[in-house]
Design a protein around this ligand. Structure first.
Ligand SMILES: [Zn+2]
Length: 222
């Protein structure tokens, strides 16, 4: 496991300079069925590594998955982000307590203003749900799964996904439905996902996953 680098970064919204922890590479031992990486060691250590995928300004709560110095925000974006961060209900309640999912939530709030694709917004929420599971924050895990599901559904309509990204996103809509208890809905989406892979050998792993999770959803639906 590499030591995370801690460069100084400047918040592109409020100008505060602080040391950020950028994601280091980490060892995984496979993935769970919603693609959450299995990381050796304590679940909270794994949660910390997943969390390092986003950086959050400790002063204004601006957050993003990208390195801050790569962001080039317009005046209007900065203003819009400030307003959203000030008005956000969850941030008002949880800013002080800094729960482990907060950075992903803030990155989603800011991402909407930055016009990120629904696929990216869904990915932030999916990662938040992984962190919640590893930290045993059950109600918040479901909250973020539902948000990820909605973003991914919108992404399938709006983002012109192709290839592997289309297949994985469709599969995740199935898997998130299954985890939220919508087993029949999940089965339909697994079928849709299977249609998108068309026996492509590069996504054979996904075909196997679709088979396995469909069986599980059928048992759960019965
Ligand atoms: Zn800031």
């Amino acid at each position: 496991m590499g030591e995370p680098s801690r460069p100084y970064v400047v918040c592109p919204v409020c100008g505060h300079a602080f040391r950020a922890t950028y994601a280091s590479t980490y060892v995984t031992v496979g993935r769970e069925a919603d693609l959450c990486p299995k990381i050796p060691g304590r679940p909270s250590d794994g949660a910390r590594l997943i969390r390092s995928a986003v950086t959050m300004c400790p002063v204004c709560s601006f957050a993003a998955g990208e390195a801050f110095d790569e962001l080039d925000l317009t005046f209007d974006e900065r203003y819009g982000i400030e307003e959203r961060l000030k008005e956000d209900g969850l941030l008002k309640v949880f800013r002080k307590g800094q729960p482990p999912w907060l950075g992903f939530h803030a990155a989603e709030v800011c991402g909407k203003e930055r016009s990120l694709r629904s696929r990216e917004l869904g990915d932030l929420c999916l990662r938040a749900s992984w962190v919640c599971r590893k930290e045993k924050e059950r109600p918040f895990e479901s909250t973020f799964q539902l948000r990820a599901l909605r973003h991914f559904m919108r992404s399938l309509q709006e983002d012109d996904l192709i290839g592997r990204e289309l297949s994985v996103t469709t599969y995740l809509v199935g898997e998130l439905n299954r985890r939220l208890g919508n087993h029949r809905e999940a089965l339909n989406w697994y079928v849709n996902a299977g249609r998108t892979t068309e026996g492509d050998p590069r996504v054979a792993w996904l075909d196997r996953l679709i088979d396995r999770q469909s069986k599980l959803a059928r048992e759960q639906a019965a």
